[in-house]
Write a protein that binds this ligand. Structure first.
Ligand SMILES: NC(=O)c1ccc[n+]([C@@H]2O[C@H](COP(=O)([O-])OP(=O)(O)OC[C@H]3O[C@@H](n4cnc5c(N)ncnc54)[C@H](O)[C@@H]3O)[C@@H](O)[C@H]2O)c1
Length: 255
């Protein structure tokens, strides 16, 4: 975005593994952060850290299962912080299993958080960005949204939907100078990944060692390696990139 002004960045899932890295990255670049997460305590803590270090952050806590919250958050950010220049749809969750191992709750929850929430946030943000002359949106999809991995039917379906949504949006809103792209990471060292190991009865440290060996570059990604690409896609350096799905995989293809 415009390097000459302090841009306002809204990040969902801001206190999670990747979200916190994204927030920290933008704060280091002098941007104003709108921190959205359902974990209000962690959101306040993160905002306090940024403000304490001469940055600028405000919390917009809420549950992305709440349609009104999703529809209003961009408007609230504009009202409180003056604009919304960058939106990062980062919040997401993973439900595991093949289709016979899933239930209605898994399906509905995953669709609401991984697909419907970004849809609502983007729909509300676009008119505000368009009126201001442009903006940038980055969705956190997954390499499994491009090439599905095994036994994660719902997760792959939702991330595939988010990837398709990104490509449609990238084309539809380029004429308004709103660039919409997605990053598609493979495994990242976050609580989401470690929780998955525990659910499967594995020791997280041992499982991580094994996983690291499966990646051609020698290790899975750290959250700040995802945040760097998100920051790039949001910046003027990426001013001609619209509707792209950027894989971040250390050379590890799903297929
Ligand atoms: N970790 C990985 O290996 C990996 C790989 C590819 C893609 N991703 C994607 O990256 C994104 C971030 O993942 P992460 O690993 O940092 O996850 P995480 O579990 O560490 O963080 C998720 C964040 O989303 C928030 N959140 C969840 N449900 C919410 C709700 N109903 N309302 C508001 N906030 C809610 C949580 O509070 C948390 O802060 C997700 O979209 C995930 O699918 C992760």
């Amino acid at each position: 975005m415009d390097k000459d002004k302090s841009n306002v960045v809204l990040v969902t899932g801001a206190t999670g593994g990747i979200g916190k890295s994204i927030v920290t990255k933008f704060a280091e670049r002098g941007m104003t952060l709108a921190i959205a997460d359902k974990d209000e305590e962690q959101a306040n803590k993160l905002a306090h850290e940024i403000n304490h270090n001469n940055g600028k952050a405000m919390v917009f806590p809420g549950d992305l299962l709440d349609k009104k919250y999703c529809d209003n958050i961009a408007i609230m950010v504009k009202e409180k912080l003056g604009s919304i220049d960058i939106l990062i749809n980062n919040a997401g969750l993973m439900r595991r299993g093949d289709i016979t191992q899933t239930n209605d709750e898994d399906y509905e929850l995953s669709m609401k958080i991984n697909v419907e929430a970004p849809f609502r946030l983007i729909r509300a943000a676009i008119p505000i960005m368009a009126a201001a002359g442009g903006g940038s949106i980055v969705n956190i999809s997954s390499c499994w949204g491009i090439n599905p991995g095994p036994n994660h039917l719902i997760y792959c379906t939702t991330k595939g939907a988010l990837a398709a949504m990104t490509k449609c949006l990238g084309r539809d809103h380029a004429h308004q100078n709103i660039r919409i792209n997605a990053v598609c990471p493979n495994e990242v060292n976050t609580p989401m990944l470690r929780t998955g190991f525990k659910i499967r009865g594995l020791n997280p440290d041992d499982a991580l060692d094994e996983l690291n060996q499966s990646v051609p570059i020698g290790r899975i990604a750290e959250p700040d390696e995802i945040a760097d690409v998100v920051a790039f896609l949001s910046s003027d350096e990426a001013r001609y990139i619209c509707g792209s799905l950027v894989e971040i995989n250390g050379g590890k293809a799903v297929y």
